[in-house]
Design a protein around this ligand. Structure first.
Ligand SMILES: C[S@@+](CC[C@H](N)C(=O)[O-])C[C@H]1O[C@@H](n2cnc3c(N)ncnc32)[C@H](O)[C@@H]1O
Length: 186
């Protein structure tokens, strides 16, 4: 296992993660629609201020569930504020993790990792834990930003994920971002 020095997006920058311009450029419904169906159990690691979390909860409906995980309490508090008293509050479970473990239990149809893999110090440990949280055939959606993450680093992450038991089954064109859909090997 190897650890890297990484930078975690601070809570004070969360405004740049949830605003109208981003919603126009990265429409959550459009990005999520091919992967999320009603009744699914979804794990979102690195949910930040919840830019995708709320849409996911509407999409899985009452028969599904979204477990939204973040390292920083300040990010989770923002999600809680947004869902408080709403219909979707019941289908979202918020969890604060530690830097070295996701720390949830359950068995998920999809894990959603948007702009988070480059912030992980130990990708080997992360993907090993991730595999243990997926149902057989469960999928992982990864998207990484263009400037922070080189093609080489992205491919290296996919190799690490493959060693943990996740095969790349699709490479959606999300230019200028880099994206992949992985599937747990049976
Ligand atoms: C760049 S933000 C992206 C947030 C969200 N996915 C989005 O696209 O709006 C990365 C988020 O990942 C969280 N994060 C970083 N390392 C993490 C880890 N090891 N486990 C869980 N969350 C982590 C940060 O706290 C931050 O909220």
């Amino acid at each position: 296992m190897s650890t890297r020095n990484t930078h975690v997006c601070p809570v004070k920058k969360s405004g740049s993660l949830d605003n109208r311009v981003r919603r126009w450029l990265q429409n959550p419904q459009k990005i999520l629609a091919p992967y999320i169906k009603e009744g699914m159990d979804v794990l979102e690691v690195g949910c930040g201020p919840g830019f995708f979390t709320l849409d996911m909860a509407w999409m899985v409906g009452k028969s599904g569930k979204v477990v939204a995980v973040d390292l920083q309490e300040g990010m989770l508090e923002q999600v809680q504020e947004k869902i408080s008293g709403s219909e979707i509050e019941q289908n979202i479970e918020l969890h604060r993790c530690t830097g070295d473990s996701i720390g949830v239990s359950g068995s998920f149809d999809l894990a959603f990792l948007f702009y988070i893999v480059h912030e992980l110090p130990d990708r080997e440990a992360f993907f090993t834990e991730m595999v243990s949280l997926l149902k057989d055939g469960g999928r992982v959606y990864i998207e990484e930003p263009p400037f922070h993450v080189s093609k080489k680093e992205f491919e290296e992450s996919l190799e690490i994920a493959a060693e943990a038991g996740l095969t790349a089954v699709d490479r959606p064109n999300r230019f200028p971002d880099k994206a992949a859909v992985l599937q747990k090997r049976l």
